[in-house]
Design a protein around this ligand. Structure first.
Ligand SMILES: Cc1cc2nc3c(=O)[nH]c(=O)nc-3n(C[C@H](O)[C@H](O)[C@H](O)COP(=O)(O)OP(=O)(O)OC[C@H]3O[C@@H](n4cnc5c(N)ncnc54)[C@H](O)[C@@H]3O)c2cc1C
Length: 392
């Protein structure tokens, strides 16, 4: 008989795990929102999936997305100085999570995965533990549900370093070569411009990372789509003239009434396993590895950890599922989690001088520009550049 696994959460981690594990185990996904509620709900992320994540999606036989607008480059601007467009070795993509999750949930159901539509409360955890051979907590940034211990060394912040302001817009002429456009405005924040696909067709995501109480932090209290759009127009005009001049004033609008969000993430890294009621529980995704979105690594780190966890579970298929398995999973993920986290945390602080010099060098040397673009696809390279200073 196959072992049975309960996964709480139908987000990036929960869904990828369900695909990765469904052939080997009986999978139940317990989710607070139905596929239709997700599809018709508010946007959740900007979700750039880099090459390695897209390869894993293929490995797990996940649905493929028609996308003529793959992201092939990373553009870097500091202040009002456009430095370069570095080319990615493999293209990335951004598919609205509302579309991605709801589609995958329906597909997984057709493929025999069980779905339980229920918001799990703390009082239910003991009962839940008894129902499954293993519970995996993929409850995301609102989690975790289980008491995974904090890794203090990797969790230096007591409060969010940025306010995230995101809108999915129509009426912005894309940048060329198509890619993610990063503008760093020292001491006030950043703007990420990301072409994406949605149910409403191609959009341009405008994602402001505002340092609290500084000049970009001007969306407080905005609740309506129209007010949000007007404020985004003002902000691009004042701070991001290159984007502003590509805006078609007449057609600039959100893709839909729920195509915007505001939130702030307090990053916390936790050890991804715990013994609860004498049984192993593991965590995957933001519930245990929660970083600031500034480097766009959350989905990619979740996907990396999904692969490590699913491979560990298959290796331990005929062995007891106890803390030894948990420790094995943590050993496999620890160094990558540390590299992503340390780089991401460093990006929320003033850029070190050697990194500023490297970025300036990228303006004159395409090879350096391409290396910098690759930081986002392979954060180990970014970590090396930031902390070992070996990239020249
Ligand atoms: C503004 C912003 C921009 C971002 N941009 C990027 C980017 O460009 N690239 C990137 O890689 N990452 C990005 N991220 C991060 C990325 O979105 C997350 O890291 C990723 O979605 C995490 O996946 P997850 O499965 O852990 O959590 P989620 O995708 O949030 O899924 C959690 C799921 O658990 C469910 N759930 C929660 N509690 C319960 C409960 N009690 N009972 C049942 N179900 C429950 C939720 O409904 C949800 O379905 C961004 C994040 C933000 C906030």
């Amino acid at each position: 008989m196959k072992k049975n696994i309960g996964i709480v959460g139908s987000g990036e981690a929960g869904i990828q795990l369900a695909y990765a594990l469904r052939n080997e185990f009986d999978i139940t996904v317990i989710h607070s929102l139905s596929a239709d509620e997700i599809r018709n709900g508010r946007i959740m992320s900007t979700q750039v999936h880099f090459g390695s994540t897209r390869k894993r999606e293929n490995r797990f036989n996940m649905p493929k997305w028609e996308n003529d607008n793959l992201l092939k480059s990373i553009h870097i601007t500091i202040g009002n100085q456009k430095l370069f467009a570095g080319m990615l070795k493999e293209p990335a993509s951004s598919v609205d999570q509302r579309l991605y999750f709801s589609n995958c949930m329906k597909d997984l159901k057709d493929k025999g995965v069980t779905f339980r539509h229920e918001r799990i409360e703390n009082e239910q955890l003991e009962g839940l533990i008894d129902e499954y051979d293993l519970m995996i907590d993929c409850s995301g940034k609102t989690g975790p549900l289980f008491p995974f211990p904090t890794e203090e060394e990797l969790s230096p912040f007591k409060m969010p370093q940025r306010k995230c302001v995101v809108g999915y817009f129509l009426g912005v002429k894309p940048n060329h070569p198509v890619g993610v456009n990063v503008t760093v405005l020292p001491e006030i924040g950043e703007m990420f411009e990301i072409p994406a696909i949605t149910e409403y067709g191609p959009v341009t995501i405008l994602f402001i990372m505002a340092m609290p109480d500084r000049d970009l932090d001007v969306f407080k209290g905005i609740k309506s789509a129209q007010e949000f759009t007007n404020q985004m127009k003002n902000v691009t005009q004042r701070f991001f003239p290159d984007i502003h001049k590509r805006i078609d004033q007449e057609n600039f609008a959100l893709s839909d009434e729920r195509g915007f969000l505001q939130n702030a993430i307090n990053p916390v890294i936790r050890k991804p396993y715990v013994t609860f009621n004498h049984k192993l529980v593991v965590g995957c995704g933001d519930s245990v590895f929660l970083n600031d979105p500034i480097t766009g690594q959350g989905c990619n780190l979740s996907s990396y950890c999904v692969e490590q966890l699913s491979d560990t579970l298959v290796d331990y298929k005929h062995s007891p599922w106890n803390h030894k398995l948990g420790e094995e999973y943590w050993n496999r993920t620890k160094s990558f989690v540390r590299e992503v986290t340390e780089w991401t945390n460093a990006m929320t602080q003033p850029l070190p001088q050697h990194i500023v010099q490297l970025l300036l060098k990228g303006a004159e040397d395409q090879m350096v520009a391409d290396e910098v673009a690759e930081w986002f696809a392979d954060p180990r390279k970014a970590h090396e550049a930031f902390f070992q200073k070996t990239t020249s």
